[in-house]
Ligand binder design. Structure first.
Ligand SMILES: [Zn+2]
Length: 353
């Protein structure tokens, strides 16, 4: 497709349909902290430290949100996470950013929210990995005060480029904060992200084994920027419950049958996939192939700030491709695939109960 072909975006829906999708209780299973911090919050924090590289919030948005003409490359997309990292190296700032993301999600009608977070890239000013995880959890606990009906949980990400040994260390750190060990919001899952090619899932087997034994939910970014073998490995060798993106899987019927048979959910991120070039301009999104094959799916933002989206806009965009009823069915079904299971939580020893 030529670069003239427009990127699909959530167009205007009739007000009745939009109201219907807004009222729909939505399930968000794949949203990154770094790419989802509201621009206002990053702007405010950067100004506080006199680190702002722009003279106005509107100008700042250009550094944080994908711009027309930048779509289609993963590097341009990932570059948008660069500035928020400057200020999310301190406990209070991480907590504030996470709280703001949760509040924004609640505003878009999200009832179940799993945020994912790479603790190590927030330790450059001296936080330990445990403190970094706790800072994110503290933001979620604050958000629960204003939105007590929300179900919240954190997925810990090991960055692929840090290698398998660091991933094992992180899996152990994640376990110590696991939700089923505490009564408060906790870590519910484990993931790998970052440069996919050259870092195949099988390298991370030991880390996933640790996370599995510790009863964390397992997901992995696979098949976003790499061939279908990477998705097979995530399924066969890591034993994932869910796959992030999984775009390349849509080209292999045998794998689609396997995902459907084993109930392995694909976390579908429509806008992000068009923005990074995982799905080409004008191409039908693999969501359609997943649905036709009976693969469980969820609709996710990936990075709501970078992609200028939210759960409502993703639902609107999906509805334009597969219909409103299907979107409603997806959100109703996605609740079964969340890693958040507060009912299995142990009483928090800190509360003495
Ligand atoms: Zn992602």
């Amino acid at each position: 497709m030529s670069s003239e072909t427009p990127i699909p975006t959530a167009g205007p829906l009739d007000p009745e349909t939009e109201a219907r999708l807004h009222a729909l209780p939505k399930v968000e299973l794949h949203q990154h902290v770094d790419g989802s911090i509201p621009a206002e919050v990053t702007w405010d924090l950067m100004r506080h430290y006199r680190l702002h590289p722009a003279s106005s919030l509107d100008e700042m948005r250009r550094f944080l949100e994908i711009q027309a003409g930048e779509e289609g490359t993963l590097l341009a997309y990932l570059d948008k996470m660069h500035y928020p990292l400057w200020v999310t190296q301190f406990y209070e700032n991480i907590s504030r950013a996470v709280e703001a993301i949760c509040e924004a999600a609640a505003g878009a009608g999200v009832h179940t929210l799993e945020l994912r977070y790479a603790p190590l890239i927030h330790t450059y000013a001296g936080l330990t990995p445990r403190q970094s995880i706790r800072a994110a959890l503290s933001g979620m606990n604050h958000a629960l005060k204003s939105s007590p009906e929300m179900k919240l949980g954190l997925i810990v990400i090991a960055m692929r480029q840090h290698g398998p040994h660091i991933a094992k260390i992180l899996a152990r750190q994640a376990l110590a904060e696991a939700q089923h060990l505490h009564e408060r919001t906790g870590v519910v899952g484990f993931d790998i992200a970052g440069p996919e090619r050259g870092n195949p899932p099988r390298l991370f087997r030991s880390a996933y084994e640790i996370a599995r034994l510790g009863r964390l939910g397992l997901t992995a970014h696979a098949g976003e920027d790499a061939p279908v073998e990477y998705v097979w490995q995530a399924v066969d060798e890591l034993g994932v419950d869910r796959v992030g993106h999984g775009c390349s899987a849509a080209r292999e019927p045998e794998l689609l049958r396997r995902l459907a048979r084993d109930g392995i959910t694909v976390e579908v991120c429509l806008s992000s996939n068009y923005h990074t070039g995982a799905v080409g301009r004008g191409e039908t999104h693999p969501l359609v192939a997943f649905l036709e094959a009976g693969v469980p799916v969820s609709l996710c933002c990936d990075n709501s700030t970078v992609s200028r989206t939210n759960a409502l806009r993703e639902s609107v965009l999906a509805a334009s491709q597969v219909g409103v009823e299907t979107v409603e069915t997806i959100h109703k079904g996605a609740g079964a695939h969340t890693f958040i299971k507060p009912e299995t939580a142990l009483p928090d020893p800190a509360k003495g109960s």
